[in-house]
Design a protein around this ligand. Sequence first.
Ligand SMILES: NC(=O)c1ccc[n+]([C@@H]2O[C@H](COP(=O)([O-])OP(=O)(O)OC[C@H]3O[C@@H](n4cnc5c(N)ncnc54)[C@H](O)[C@@H]3O)[C@@H](O)[C@H]2O)c1
Length: 354
Amino acid sequence: MRGGSTTKRVLVTGSSGLIGSEVVDYFCRLGWTVHGIDNNMRADFFGPQGDTRWNQRRLVELHSTFRHQELDIRDRAAVLSCLAQLKPAAIVHAAAQPSHDLAASRPFDDFDVNAVGTLNLLEAARRHAPQAVFVHMSTNKVYGDRPNEIRLRELPTRWDYDDPAYAGGIAEEFPIDKSKHSLFGASKLAADVMVQEYGRYFGMKTCCLRGGCLTGPNHSGVELHGFLSYLVKCNVERRTYKIFGYKGKQVRDNIHSYDVARFIHAFIEQPRSGEVYNIGGGRDNSCSILEAFERIAAVSGKPMRHEYMEKNREGDHICYISDLSKMRAHYPSWIITKSLDDIFLEIFQAVRAT
Ligand SMILES: NC(=O)c1ccc[n+]([C@@H]2O[C@H](COP(=O)([O-])OP(=O)(O)OC[C@H]3O[C@@H](n4cnc5c(N)ncnc54)[C@H](O)[C@@H]3O)[C@@H](O)[C@H]2O)c1
């Protein structure tokens, strides 16, 4: 780890995960020095299928400008010392307990990682690198299940909004309280508000990216987290995919991790303070579970094996589509470069190769 000049050095937390690893790869290719933090806690959360060491090894082999550090973001002293030595120009915070469902069985771990871990990083940045741009990966679960109160219509393969006010999706003004979030949604919301506060109160250049379905070939997908990655794995390995309620017509908007990394870069180049953005695939990259089955069957040639469970997941969204207008207005050169077809094909090729 090296101190000194703050130019072209980025700290990425959760660097072996889906978003973290994409950001590492992206900034290394730009010629930045990238310092990654990850303790493989995903394996602890989800078992061997969630292990992200393979991705850590891949990045170390690929990029000589990447340094990996085994650090737990819950370790406040270690986080402070890391920031004091590194003094990065930017921090991309993608480490998390990312599962809606898992949080209920591990509430302390969930809150300690998602909320307290984020505070540790923010305060360490304020003390040692206050000029650093701080990008926090938040989630659409900060809106709780309130999106389910939007009037819906049932189409043959999906639910859709039946209210013209939401034709373009859900925007950042959508209410964040008085709804069921899951413990995960609540811990992420605590972090989200804290990130905004370090922007508004201390003037730091922070933003929250409230993700829809973030996806890509480097996700260590498991049943409880990583929608498309897990679904494609089930198809390729001929496993049975469980649908939880809503007739399988629940809608997710999917964005490739590469397009997330491109937005993060745009924000770091022209940062603002205390911002929030909804980031997802938008309507063009949206699909229901039933539609995802059709798509992967068309790519792999194998029909999907599935089983229907009547009960939906607690607090799960029936239809969620991100309104990308604010991102596009603030960063007009940012566009989605990976279509849903690209996403399915890339994940399929990656799963088949393993
Ligand atoms: N993937 C999605 O669909 C999605 C959707 C909305 C929001 N998000 C958010 O985006 C961020 C990244 O998600 P992802 O899909 O890349 O998750 P991921 O699980 O693939 O990556 C997270 C990484 O963080 C690491 N980690 C966990 N706890 C840690 C700790 N205490 N210290 C250090 N490292 C730790 C894990 O080992 C893992 O490699 C998360 O904040 C998540 O809540 C993801």
